[in-house]
Write a protein that binds this ligand. Structure first.
Ligand code: F6P
Length: 334
């Protein structure tokens, strides 16, 4: 549960629009539902923009009713579809997008997505004056200004369930498994999954590692009889497939690990209760912030409270792993 800021209603909108953009994340549907139900409750019309910014520039925009968002709270993916739209990097395309919104009397836009999507929202606001509110929707939990992102908890639990199964076969065959989880430049999923799964090692982009030391550690624990099998959780880093490259290098040193790349499995599935509540609160708060006159902000969560974070900061600063958590995880799991 979250502490919510008290906001007074300063502004009213005839219509607002909502989109999901970038990599999808479980919880996007409850966030859409939160926006739609909160706005309709205030007498504001809501439009759904399909396929993110691609749908905006194609005018793929449709009215949403309360019934449109019935029975979606438990569904993974996003009912509005999603896309990564490179064309939106062009200011002329953004100006055309603003004109489409204006023609429809849509005064504000709620964007649910990761850093690329929130950058698009910020630029649109700055250049055209369309009011925007961002919601952090990504499994990576790598967005500055918020402790949590929509989809992260579900992704961690999905990966955890898979690893519990992998451990069964790893133990039977006395093998080590390199399990690759998502997270691009962020080890957030890897650290959390690794801790929860009791991984023998966690490898993240935030902490350098070398193959010779890993190989030596595996050999030592095998000789000592303390580690005939085990799980090494690896954050994918910028290029998926890191675990395959790592396994080849370990083989050259006499190890024989198996590889499991969890991949997009982590992005699917029914959102956890945690993500449903987070997404619903953030969605409804996006509407309250708009009506209180806010724009160009992201709705975040800090120490259990819903907060507003300037999109400029969200874009400018990088969220790193909490150093003390990283230390603790690596102490226990390496
Ligand atoms: O941004 C979320 C994310 O899931 C990353 O962790 C991953 O590397 C990436 O998306 C993959 O995205 P796609 O295959 O959709 O391009």
């Amino acid at each position: 549960m979250y502490t919510l800021p008290e906001l007074s209603q300063e502004k009213s909108f005839e219509s607002i629009a909502i989109m999901t953009s970038g990599g999808d994340a479980p919880g996007m549907n409850p966030a859409v539902r939160g926006v739609v139900r909160a706005a309709l409750g205030l007498g504001i019309n809501v439009y759904g923009i399909y396929r993110g910014y691609s749908g905006l520039i194609a005018d793929d925009i449709h009215p949403l009713t309360s019934g449109s968002v019935s029975n979606i709270v438990q569904r993974g993916g996003t009912m509005l579809k999603s896309d990564r739209c490179l064309a939106f990097k062009d200011p002329e395309v953004r100006a055309a997008a603003a004109a489409i919104l204006k023609r429809r009397n849509i005064g504000a836009l709620v964007v649910i997505g990761g850093d690329g999507s929130l950058t698009g929202a910020h630029l649109l606001e700055q250049e055209t004056g369309v009011a925007v509110i961002g919601l952090p929707g990504t499994i990576d939990n790598d967005i500055f200004g918020t402790d949590d992102t929509i989809g992260f908890d579900t992704a961690v639990n999905t990966a955890l369930e898979a690893i519990d199964r992998i451990r069964d076969t790893a133990t039977s065959h006395e093998r080590h498994f390199l399990v690759e989880v998502m997270g691009r430049a962020s080890g957030s999923i890897a650290i959390n999954v690794g801790m929860a799964a009791g991984a023998e090692m966690i490898l993240v982009p935030e902490q350098a590692f070398d193959v010779a030391t890993i190989s030596e550690e595996l050999a030592t624990s095998r000789r000592a009889g303390t580690g005939s099998s085990g799980i090494i959780v690896v954050a994918e880093g910028p290029e998926p497939g890191l675990t395959s490259r790592l396994a080849a290098q370990l083989k050259e040193r006499g190890q024989d690990p198996r590889v499991c790349i969890l991949g997009h499995i982590q992005r699917g599935g029914s959102p956890t209760g945690h993500d449903r509540v987070l997404a619903t609160c953030m969605g409804a708060m996006a509407v309250r912030y708009l009506c209180a006159g806010y724009s160009d902000i992201m709705v975040g969560v800090k120490d259990g409270s819903i907060v507003d974070v300037p999109l400029e900061d969200v874009i400018r600063f990088r969220k790193g792993l909490e150093p003390s958590l990283l230390d603790l995880a690596l102490q226990v799991h390496r």
